[in-house]
Write a protein that binds this ligand. Structure first.
Ligand code: KG4
Ligand code: ZN
Length: 349
């Protein structure tokens, strides 16, 4: 089965083709067009994102088909992200996918963006299949999910305020780094010289218990404020220097990672999983992946992260999740709509 995937939920216009059945699915092509224009504004401007998708969606889809040496007639279904995301941006992909599916007479399938992220690693690494503990860390979401089987998700914890990527981006801004701040903070924090500056890992305390509401949840806004206070203290004396940026980036990243590692370890132990799959843009952070590997290696737990290309938003993961839903016999109606937020499908408490 060949599925064309389309992703326009934020600031990447992407199309991809996957081919296969069950857990044997290969990536035939992937095109990702990142909208650089938002750098000027230091964040994604929704109206501009929609307009850029409108210009890009047709050529991006054509390129994905041509890279896979396929024609529209060779496609068995069209999968598209329809939630969550910027509604105007989502609508471009959804409207286009609906017309395309109708025109070629093939099934349409709406895909939840975060379910897409869960499938990303499986396109590259054979063992990235359930059962596993998932750490979903993107610019808009942070979740710890137990995944006993594809399509069956138990959301254990979420962020109470900023998503992990959002915290990286906001701290990047505080440090005067370009948008998005995540990769820049990682670059500064890598090889930072030893420093005494430490922030305590937010929401991570020994006295938390599995039945308590804060056992798996995370929160990053306090950490962000701690960095802001450090910046203000230093700026009161002299302008921020590169050495300050390196020190603050490292202390921030260490605290954030300590919380994510601690909470993920709790989920792994509670459900006895032997695999952790990291997904979302922050999965591209090598320090996070290494810290998880180091902590979980003793228990023989495999930690899997997709390549940077498949960690950040892409249509390959949407096509892959769409293929799974199609195989389960699901189809979306041609009046499929777009939603800014929507719970992960197949969730149980
Ligand atoms: O999944 P994604 O591409 O978009 C959303 O669905 O939100 O994630 C984007 C986020 C941004 O916040 C970006 O700063 C972060 O992923 N990110 C990183 C790294 N690469 C991307 N954060 C930390 N370290 C990185 N290397
Ligand atoms: Zn995403």
């Amino acid at each position: 089965m060949r599925v064309l995937g389309i992703e326009t939920s934020c600031d990447e216009t992407s199309a991809a083709v996957v081919d296969g059945t069950g857990d044997r699915v290969r990536l035939a092509s992937l095109v990702i067009l990142s909208q650089d224009v938002h750098r000027i504004f230091g964040g994604v401007v929704p109206e501009i994102a929609s307009r850029e998708h409108l210009t890009a969606v047709v050529p991006v889809v054509k390129q994905a088909l041509s890279d896979a040496s396929l024609h529209l007639a060779d496609i068995d279904a069209v999968a598209v992200t329809n939630a969550p995301g910027l509604v105007g941006a989502l609508l471009v992909g959804v409207s286009f996918a609906k017309s395309l599916a109708f025109a070629i007479g093939k099934p349409l399938i709406g895909v939840h963006h975060m379910e897409g992220h869960l499938f990303a690693a499986s396109l590259e690494i054979e063992t990235a299949v359930p059962p596993f503990t998932a750490l979903l860390v993107s610019g808009g979401h942070t979740m710890i999910v137990d995944v006993p089987a594809w399509g069956s998700y138990r959301v254990l914890g979420k962020t109470r305020d900023d998503a992990a990527g959002e915290a990286f981006d906001k701290v990047g801004k505080l440090l005067g780094l370009p948008y998005p701040g995540g990769p820049h903070i990682e670059r500064l924090a890598t090889n930072a010289p030893p420093s005494k500056l430490r922030y305590s890992p937010p929401m991570l305390r020994r006295d938390q218990t599995p039945d308590g509401p804060d056992y798996y949840d995370v929160s990053f806004s306090g950490l962000k404020t701690a960095v802001l206070n450090s910046v203000n203290e230093r700026v009161a004396k002299q302008p921020l220097e590169d050495a300050d940026r390196v020190e603050l980036a490292r202390a921030f990243q260490d605290a954030l990672i300590a919380t994510l590692v601690g909470k993920t370890e709790r989920a792994v132990n509670a459900f006895g999983r032997k695999r952790v799959v990291i997904a979302g843009g922050v999965a591209a952070n090598r320090a996070l992946v290494s810290a998880l590997r180091e902590r979980l290696a003793r228990g023989g737990v495999e930690v899997i992260a997709p390549s940077a290309r498949l960690s950040t938003d892409n249509a390959a993961m949407i096509a892959r999740a769409g293929l799974h839903r199609l195989e389960r016999g699901e189809r979306s109606p041609l009046d499929l709509s777009a939603f800014a937020s929507q719970p992960l499908p197949g969730t149980s408490a």
